[in-house]
Design a protein around this ligand. Structure first.
Ligand SMILES: NC(=O)c1ccc[n+]([C@@H]2O[C@H](COP(=O)([O-])OP(=O)(O)OC[C@H]3O[C@@H](n4cnc5c(N)ncnc54)[C@H](OP(=O)(O)O)[C@@H]3O)[C@@H](O)[C@H]2O)c1
Length: 278
């Protein structure tokens, strides 16, 4: 049987490709067989030189509708990963252009935990403080997190096949595997508030093919963080507990991994989850 990669024959546009997450996403997308188009500011094009001719790059402001129109043409999926810099509706302008010019593409949009889909998220002091700092940043005309809220409002209201991925604090480091997620910030599984950038990027890229994430706003956390491990263990000993679909899938994947590889650090999850089998 032909061993075809999931992205074979498909084109993905990564808006914000020159950023830290963007780099990882480009690599994951190429590894999965996608044809990759990237968008970044003209002055950042050199940051993508390492990918050479394996990707196509469109330079320009991402809220420039003409730039987005050219970049998303013929794309099966669009991933956006922007910090809402400036106070010129950068984030909502980018989102609106993508919604207008790629209405049938799979849309995966990155943001922080401060975005809420249904108002049921429960925020601790740290996120509230970050939002307060964000308001100060707007006053200083540096960034506008309120504009990311507006961008997400438009996406939630749209008819596109969207997923809004809500990231925890990010850190560099080796891959730990696909992050786990919950529908609501405040769920104890997210308490560690840490995800490796490389894993966040993988979640963004793999969301393209995961229809269970369509019209979901997963709040994600690293699968090997203490809070994720604690809840893997609880899921094993208290079957009545409920988690987001992705959480259960992630734990199931770890359990399968336990049987097909020599023991690794990741197997610690499986051991914690089902001590009797370890
Ligand atoms: N950092 C965190 O702890 C954290 C937590 C939760 C969620 N996130 C999400 O992660 C994503 C970004 O993460 P990242 O680590 O990849 O960020 P990043 O490396 O700082 O860059 C993100 C993008 O923003 C662009 N950018 C930077 N300065 C700009 C400016 N003045 N005007 C226009 N564009 C500018 C960058 O383009 P250039 O290459 O041209 O500079 C890059 O494409 C966002 O969606 C954010 O909501 C981050």
């Amino acid at each position: 049987m032909k061993d075809e990669k999931p992205g074979t024959g498909k084109r993905v546009c990564i808006v914000g490709a020159s950023g830290k997450l963007g780099h990882y996403m480009v690599q994951h997308a190429l590894d999965r067989g996608y044809e990759v188009t990237g968008v970044c500011r003209e002055k950042s094009i050199d940051k993508l030189a390492e990918f050479g001719s394996s990707i196509t790059v469109h330079g320009g402001a991402t809220n420039d509708r003409a730039v987005i129109e050219r970049a998303v043409e013929g794309c099966d999926a669009v991933l956006t990963v922007l910090v809402p810099w400036g106070v010129n509706d950068y984030s909502s302008g980018t989102a609106q252009a993508v919604l207008d010019y790629a209405p049938t593409a799979r849309l995966v949009f990155s943001c922080g935990w401060h975005i809420t889909r249904d108002g049921k998220d429960v925020y601790g002091w740290k996120i509230k403080a970050a939002v307060a700092v964000g308001r100060l940043a707007k006053l200083a005309r540096l960034a506008d997190i309120g504009d990311q809220v507006e961008a997400c409002r438009r996406i939630f209201d749209s008819r596109t096949r969207w997923t809004v991925v809500r990231g925890s604090d990010l850190e560099e480091g080796d891959a730990e595997g696909l992050p786990v997620w919950s529908r609501h910030v405040g769920d104890p599984i997210l308490a560690s508030n840490r995800t490796r950038r490389i894993d966040y990027a993988r979640f963004m890229v793999e969301a393209i093919e995961n229809d269970e994430l369509i019209h979901e706003a997963p709040a994600i956390v690293g699968r090997l963080t203490p809070s994720a491990l604690a809840h893997a263990k609880a899921a094993g000993s208290l079957p009545g507990l409920r988690f987001g679909v992705g959480t259960l899938h992630a734990f199931a994947e770890v359990s399968v991994a336990h049987h097909r590889r020599p023991p690794t650090a990741r197997d610690e999850i499986a051991r914690a989850w089902n001590p009797g089998r370890a």
